[in-house]
Design a protein around this ligand. Structure first.
Ligand code: MG
Length: 266
């Protein structure tokens, strides 16, 4: 069952989303060659606790950390570790914060130092696919419109969409109904209504869409070892259109500087 949110609840979710977005941007600044992914985790946890919130991921089904840090061929759910980031890596950083009873969930993929054009392009297409998905988060649209927006664009650019994982409804819990695949057919699936809040999270692979989980029980990697990029926003469906609760001003500046059309408002 999809849980619609009241205006008051949406305002709380906006605050949780903003916090998660600010932490995400700070971690982007920190993600440089020489930094460990555990450094990022500790910084995120400190910022979230200092804001009077809780790191949503920590303890979630036993997940031991405050962020997911997924490097290169890792798709999602990577464990922060003593791995030292190096020039040429790309890292997906996924952050969840629970503030005043509501969750904000967001992810970004960051190039570390000098990164090859092939990986940069993968990230750009992932970001653009999310912008296109956000535009579909409107009353009267269908879930299949979101998946199609991602799939149509990303596949035309030569990438595959991970099928084993997808986006989700979000509210008092991080994972609520519905499941939101990153593929689909327009006009199909559940009808979208005002008051719904979605975490939409395209995961694009340079090679095959197939994934496997490592022995730690969490870290998802591409089976062919080729790179993957992952981006995510928490988006409310409102009478005024899609509102991206995890969007913060510095992200808009960064996307616009890269030439992206950032249509949906904060
Ligand atoms: Mg999520």
């Amino acid at each position: 069952m999809i849980i619609g949110k009241s205006k008051r609840e949406l305002e709380k979710m906006r605050a949780a989303g903003r916090l998660a977005g600010l932490v995400r941007e700070e971690l982007r600044r920190m993600a440089r060659a020489g930094t460990t992914t555990l450094d990022l985790d500790r910084a995120a946890e400190r910022m979230i606790l200092e804001a009077g919130a809780k790191p949503t991921f920590k303890g979630y089904h036993g997940f031991p950390y405050s962020i997911c840090a997924s490097v290169n061929e890792q798709v999602v759910h990577g464990f922060p570790s003593d791995y030292v980031l190096k020039d040429g890596d790309i890292i997906s950083i996924d952050v969840g914060a629970t503030l005043d009873g509501f969750v904000g969930d967001t992810a970004t993929t960051v190039p570390v130092g000098q990164v090859g054009e092939d990986k940069l392009r993968l990230i750009r297409v992932a970001e653009e696919s999310l912008e296109r998905a956000i535009e579909q988060c409107r009353h009267g649209k269908h879930l299949g419109d979101i998946g199609w927006a991602v799939q149509e664009y990303a596949e035309a650019e030569g990438y595959s969409l991970v099928r084993d994982y997808g986006g989700h409804g979000i509210g008092r819990k991080m994972h609520e109904d519905p499941h939101i695949p990153n593929y689909g057919r327009p006009g199909t699936g559940t009808k979208i209504k005002n008051g719904y809040v979605f975490a939409v999270e395209p995961m694009l692979n340079m090679g095959t869409h197939h994934t496997k989980t490592l022995a730690d029980g969490w870290t998802v990697v591409t089976v062919d070892g080729r790179p993957s990029a992952h981006v995510e926003h928490t988006i409310a469906v409102t009478e005024e259109g899609p509102q991206v609760f995890t969007r913060v001003p510095e992200e808009i500046e960064r996307l616009q500087a890269a030439g992206a059309a950032v249509a949906a408002r904060v």
